[in-house]
Design a protein around this ligand. Sequence first.
Ligand SMILES: [Zn+2]
Length: 133
Amino acid sequence: MQAPFSCLHTHTDFCDGKGSVEDFCQAAYAKGLSAIGFSAHAPIAKKTGLKTDWHLPDDRLDEYIGTVNAARRRWAGKLPVYLGLEVDYIKEPNGSSLSGPADRDFQSLGLDYIIGSVHYIFPPQWRRTLYRG
Ligand SMILES: [Zn+2]
């Protein structure tokens, strides 16, 4: 017996992925996944002042949540759809947090899950220099 597979780490065209939420649901269903979750790179511009082209824009967060929740309703009974975000840990050189998965604004969104990630390192002498892994 083959173990069921699911995927909870996905990026659509809301951030740096290719394809819509619906495209991903259709592909997951066609491949027999037991569930799919969406984990857009959480918005960081307002919180950190960092501008990127690969995070969900702050002004599209509500649209993202609405789109995934609509897919959840549309696929009910066929494919479980989960709403998540991938949230960067970003700290100032002094250790104060600019962004993190435990932040109240992310925790209050009613998400099913959050992926914590580290894409940035800010050495004190290179403050605001971006590294992407
Ligand atoms: Zn990711």
